[in-house]
Every structure is written in C-alpha cells, then in structure tokens.
Write a protein that binds this ligand. Structure first.
Ligand code: KG4
Ligand code: ZN
Length: 330
C-alpha cells in the first residue's frame, strides 16, 4: 500500500510543506521564501525567520495537505536556526498528536541527499554525495537510505558561506549565491589564480576560509593601488576555484572507494558552473552523476518527506518530546 508522508521544513528562511508518495512521487510541494523579509539586512535575521514561520506555517501546511491521506508526519529537527527549527518541530508534533500519525524526525542534510531520489527515480544507494549548502560542505558515503558516513568535510567555512561572503564584499544583495553566479557569467575564470587549501594533503577535507580571505585581501590591494578590475572576473575566478576544489576531492574520494555513482545536494549544487564541471568530470571518469532539479537543490519540504519515508520504513520515529537540535551532525 502506498504511503504518503507530509513533511515540514523550517530550518532557515523557507517555510515549506510537502506530501510525497512512497519517498519518490511529489504530490504537493509548497515553499514560502522569506527572501524579501531578510533582503534589507543582507542576510537571514533569525528572529524575523522564526516569526514569519509561525505566521505562514498553518497556511503552507494546509495547502500542502489538501485533502490527501497522510500516513506520517516528518519534520526537520536539525541542524539549522534553533528558533526556526522549533516552529516546525512544534507544529509537526501537534499535528502528529491530533491526527494520531507517527512523528518522523529528519536530519536536514539527509533530506538534501534524498532530493536526488525525487529527481532520479532509479537512484538507489550506495553512492557518494557531495553536500554543499550554506552551512555544510561534506562528502558523504550514502551506504543505504538511512546510513551515512562522512569522508571529507570543511574545517572552517561551508562553501555556501564563503560564496555569500564574497557576494556581499562584491556589493551584491542577499541571496548571494544566485547573484554571484549571474555576475560571474561574463567573467574570466582564469583571470586570478587563487589559493587552494590542503593541496598536498592526503585527507579529503576542505577549507574555504583562506580562499575567502585571499579574495578580500586581493580586492583591498587593488583598491588601494587604484588598480582597475572587473567584478565579474573576481566572481568567476572565485567560483571556479571553489568548484575545482569540490570536484577534485569528490572524484578522488570516488576513486579511492571505487565508487562510480556520485550525487550532488544542497543549495550550492544549483550553481551552473559546479553542475557543468561535475558533468564533465563524471563523463571523463566514467561515473554516473545525479543532481537534483534546481527547485530541489535549495531548501524544500519534498526532500524532507522523501527522507521521512525511508526513516519511517526503518522505524525511525520520535516521541512528543522531540526537540530542535541546531548543531546536530549526520
Ligand atoms: O541548501 P540551502 O538552500 O540552505 C542551507 O541548508 O544552507 O543552501 C543555501 C546556500 C547559500 O549559501 C546560497 O548562496 C547557495 O546555497 N546558493 C548558490 C546558488 N543558489 C543557492 N550558490 C551558488 N550558485 C547558486 N546558483
Ligand atoms: Zn538546506
């Protein structure tokens, strides 16, 4: 019998709810983006995010539920902004209690990985997944639907965090990633040679803080010397470096583990330069590559419902004492 999972996602600045059948088929998918509320502050204001989630959740959930039969209620419990997470967790608990349905806790990063099951119906674990979001950059070994191992991760900034910072330094408005991508389109990726961390190390970790500082220092230097430069070249060279580091480590990890199935997940995987680089490397190395459709790369509840379905099958349920865990690791 088919199982419909309703999911709620409020870990950051999207208020989202969705119903997904059997982990793969999206029946409804509602996302209210708070971009306009945070724009004037240049980034997400946690207090504003929580208040807006409370305001919008009842409408978003109602729209997603429609008249559908619901067999379980999944919610993102972490990681994310604590106040924002709590709104979704509390709502899901109340709903699970009222409807007498199982409450299913979902880790946000596991959710991002599961976005691939929605976009690629044939994809099954095991595979490698590079998760690149605003808060995370990690290479995961997806051993089965609910078992993950981290094989490489950032030691400081997440790729998305560095991207957002450089976007701001270049005078672009929030959300930085999309705007930086647009700016970089006309730029020269080889104009500036920027540093890559851990080049000679054998581990597969990342570091983006040094790269971020190098770009900021380079801009200061050029400005102090009144040197002319094109922002598009800086954006393109920076994004090229980020993309290069991500691709080199991920494909090296695949080589070492002898895995030829690779997936991308998270907001930064919406980036065209990254997607094209991975497609080209995958083709060259004979790997199958899976990337979610654009709308499932950034935060949404359909990916949480997919993950919720697989957690449910494994008997991963929570009681009404479920709490938000802002720093929870996968
Ligand atoms: O996964 P996500 O929506 O939220 C988190 O879980 O963090 O990722 C958000 C991140 C932000 O840093 C945003 O700037 C970045 O993804 N991003 C992009 C693009 N779209 C979103 N970065 C580069 N190019 C894009 N097109
Ligand atoms: Zn996310």
């Amino acid at each position: 019998m088919a199982l419909n999972i309703l999911a709620i996602e409020t870990s950051c600045d999207e208020t989202a709810a969705a119903v997904v059948k059997d982990g793969r088929e999206v029946l409804t998918d509602v996302v209210f983006s708070q971009i306009d509320l945070h724009k004037e502050y240049g980034g997400v204001v946690p207090e504003i995010a929580s208040r807006s989630h409370i305001e919008k959740l009842p409408h978003v959930v109602k729209e997603a539920m429609g008249g559908l039969q619901i067999d379980g209620i999944a919610t993102t419990y972490g990681p994310g902004l604590v106040g924002a997470l709590l709104t979704g967790v509390s709502y899901a608990k109340a709903l699970a209690y009222a409807l007498k349905k199982p409450l299913i806790p979902v880790h946000h990063i596991a959710g991002h990985i599961c976005a691939n099951y929605i976009s690629h119906k044939e994809l099954e674990p095991p595979f490698l997944c590079l998760v690149v979001s605003g808060g995370h950059t990690q290479i995961m070994h997806v051993k089965d639907y609910t078992t993950f191992e981290t094989l490489g991760q950032t030691r400081d900034d997440a790729a998305g965090e560095a991207i957002d910072k450089i976007a701001r330094v270049l005078g672009l408005s929030y959300p930085g990633g999309v705007n930086l991508e647009a700016l970089a389109k006309g730029g020269d990726i080889h104009k500036y040679t920027l540093p890559r961390s851990f080049k000679k190390e054998t581990h597969l970790d990342f570091s983006f803080s040094g790269l971020k500082t190098a770009v900021i220092n380079m801009l200061h230097n050029m400005e102090q010397k009144n040197e002319e430069y094109t922002k598009a070249d800086v954006a393109a060279s920076f994004l090229y470096t980020v993309t290069d580091v991500l691709a080199v480590n991920t494909f090296e990890c695949a080589r070492r583990l002898n895995i030829n199935k690779i997936a991308l997940a998270g907001g930064v995987s919406a980036n065209t330069m990254l997607r094209e680089r991975f497609y080209s490397d995958a083709q060259q190395k004979g790997c199958a590559l899976y990337i979610p459709e654009l709308k499932y790369c950034t935060d949404n509840a359909a990916m949480i419902a997919s993950c919720g379905y697989y957690n449910h099958l494994k008997g991963i349920h929570a009681g009404l004492d479920l709490n938000a865990k802002p720093g929870e690791r996968l």
